[in-house]
Each structure stands twice: as C-alpha cells, then as structure tokens.
Design a protein. Structure first.
Length: 394
C-alpha cells in the first residue's frame, strides 16, 4: 500500500508540474485577452456616449466579442484543470487516510503486545535474570528493536497526519479558486450577452445603410488599389537599381535586414494603444453577406488624434499623397518595408533615418467615426507579409 501511495505521489507531482505550466500559459493568455478587452472598452466608450453606430464601432465590437469568447474558453480550460486536480487530490487523501488508519492499528497492536507481556515495566528485571552475557545482548537488542519500531511507527503516523493536513489545505485553496473561476465565467457570459445585443443592434442599424456602405467599400477598394500601385512603383524603382530581381543592399542594409528578421514576433506595435480589428488576407465583410474583402495588411483601431510610429530602425523610402487627402509612409528596413496608411499628417521626410518608435504621423479620423484606423502592412521586397506574425503580442 505504501509503495502505491509513493508511486501515486510521484506520478501526481509530475502531473502537477505539467498542470502548473499549463496554468501559467493560460493565465498569460488570459492577461493578454483582458488587455485586448480593456482596449476595446476605451475605443467603444466614446461611440456609446455619442450613440454613433458606425462601421468602426461594429468591427471593434466584433473584435471584443471574439476576445470575450476566447477568455471564456480559457476560463473553462482552467476550470477543467482545477477540477482534475481536486479529483486527484481527493483520491490521494483517501489513500493517505486509509494508510494512516492502518499505521494506527499496527501501533495499537504493538502497545497491546507490550502491555500483555509486561515488557514496559519488567525490562530491567528480565535482563538481570539472564544466565549469560550472550542472552543479555540478545534481550537488549530485542528491547531496542521494539523501542525503535514504536518510535518509527509514531513518526510515520505524524508524517501522514502532516501530509493529510497539507492536502486538506491545498484542496480548500483549489475549491476557492474553482468558485472564483465559476463566478468569473458567469460574469463574462453576462458581458458577452450584452455585447452580442449591442452587436445585433449596430448590425441592424448599419444594414439599413447598405448603399452607403457599398459606396464606402468601393471607395476603400479604390484607395487600396492606388496604395498598392504606388507601393509597387517605389519597390520596382528600388529593384531597378539592382542587377537582380531583388533590392540592392549595402553592408549596412544587410545588417538591418538580419536584425529585422531576428526581431520577428518582437517588433513594437505601430501605435501606443491599439486593437487589431481586421486581419491579413481574405475574410467576410462584417455587414454585407456574400461580400469578401481582402486586406494586404492589418487594420488597427486606436484612439482619435493618435500618432503612428516606426516599428524598427529604417529609412523613409516613400511618402504617398492620395486623392482623399490621406497619406501613406513607407519605411525601409533593409529588404523589408513597413507601410503606414490612412494618415492625416506626416512628420517625416523622404530618406530620413528613423529609430524604433520614431513618430511618423497622425492617424486620420473621419467625421463619421469616433476612432482612428491605421492600415499597417509589411512587405519583403514585392511580397506582402502578415504583420500579425511580426508584431509582439500587445
């Protein structure tokens, strides 16, 4: 029985370490999601105060609902982990109690045996009645052994009691965590239902403006194509300086490229506070059914009057002015280019050297919206990349 408990203890200890790592990762992800939800709340606050049901409001709400669902999933996963741990600890506790009862029973039998044979009171007399030194030695050894067994048995009982108390304390703590997680899950579910109601109301209001939205999509598509065309012209101009189909790199530019690659997944966001509201690639339009939109980068919602900043050291390789009075800035990092679109003002000049987090310009905000949207892209020469995999988790 003892060996079974030892085996279970070792097995569950190893399992516990694995569970602790899982919980650490879960808590880290939960913290990241909670930050995203907090950022959403800041962006949504002004829209809600002004009752401004706009496209930006909807995509921010959609992002918040997605984050809320992810948070609830993480809470449920953590709940399942803690339930498993509680179940395993109850199993160990049951075995510990059973083993302790057996130890106590053995000790009681030992005491009865001692009293029955009057060994406790007649040790000296019994030794003195020995007929030889060899017999004395044997009796002394016997009494010492008996005393050691009793002490060892008491020690085992006390150790088991300590383990039982520690496990009971652990279980009480785990049950407290379980209760808190259940309360948090219920709270998040209530918030999710409220957000879904707001989403439905916003969608109903915006669906009545289908013609206006289609015009906005058309206008946005036209601007996107103009941006792509201008970017490709600037990229082609850079390639033309080279005898190959790639950028001509100086030793300094090569070092910059290598450094940029090393920082993949660790680059700062192009805004101080922001929320990713539209991902890279093709996806369904949030309002119009059957309409597929394609992003050459990502869209980041941020507070009105916000500025954008360079994600890495580089040189301004191009500044594009568009017919809608917005501007685009291209910053070259060796054979990589970061692109910042939808700017109202630009604070840099062409060929200017920038450092990481250097301010580039102000992000445009229309009269219809309460938030600003930065269209951010990353290119490797003439190839579009997914910026999300390059930026640090916000």
């Amino acid at each position: 029985m003892r060996s079974l408990i030892n085996f279970l203890s070792i097995f569950l200890y190893c399992h516990s370490l694995s569970a602790q790592n899982s919980k650490f990762e879960l808590n880290k992800k939960k913290e990241d999601i909670i930050k995203e939800i907090s950022q959403s709340n800041l962006l949504l606050k002004e829209n809600e105060e002004n009752k401004n049901y706009s496209y930006n409001l909807l995509i921010t709400l959609n992002s918040k609902i997605k984050s809320r669902r992810e948070l609830i999933t993480k809470i449920e996963t953590e709940l399942n982990l803690i339930k498993t741990e509680i179940s395993e600890n109850y199993f160990i506790l049951s075995n510990l109690k059973s083993n302790n009862e057996k130890l106590i029973s053995k000790y009681e039998l030992l005491i009865k045996f001692t009293h029955k044979n009057k060994l406790k009171f007649n040790n000296l007399l019994n030794i003195m009645s020995s007929k030889s030194f060899h017999e004395i030695s044997k009796k002394l050894y016997f009494y010492k052994k008996l005393s050691d067994i009793r002490k060892n048995q008491i020690e085992k009982i006390e150790n088991e009691k300590i383990k039982i108390l520690e496990l009971i304390n652990t279980l009480n703590y785990q049950k407290k965590i379980k209760k808190e997680l259940l309360e948090l899950k219920n709270k998040e579910n209530i918030s999710l239902e409220n957000e879904k109601r707001n989403q439905k109301l916003t969608l109903e209001i915006l669906s009545k403006k289908e013609k206006e939205i289609k015009n906005l999509i058309s206008e946005k598509e036209k601007i996107k194509n103009q941006i792509i065309s201008e970017i490709e012209k600037i990229i082609q101009k850079e390639i033309n300086y080279s005898s190959t189909s790639k950028f001509k790199l100086t030793p300094e530019s090569e070092l910059l490229s290598k450094s940029f690659i090393k920082n993949k997944g660790k680059l700062p966001w192009p805004v101080e506070y922001g929320l990713l509201v539209s991902k890279f690639g093709k996806h369904k339009h949030p309002i119009l059914s059957g309409v597929i939109v394609e992003n050459n980068g990502v869209e980041i919602a941020t507070n009105k009057n916000s500025v954008c900043r360079s994600i890495f050291d580089g040189i301004v390789s191009g500044i594009i002015s568009l017919p809608n009075n917005t501007k685009v800035v291209m910053v070259r990092h060796g054979n990589y280019i970061s692109v910042y679109s939808n700017l109202s003002k630009v604070f840099v000049k062409k060929k200017e050297k920038l450092k990481t987090k250097s301010i580039i310009g102000s992000i445009y905000k229309s009269d219809r919206e309460e938030t600003s949207i930065l269209d951010f892209q990353i290119w490797q020469e003439n190839k579009k990349l997914n910026p999300e995999s390059w930026l640090i988790k916000n």
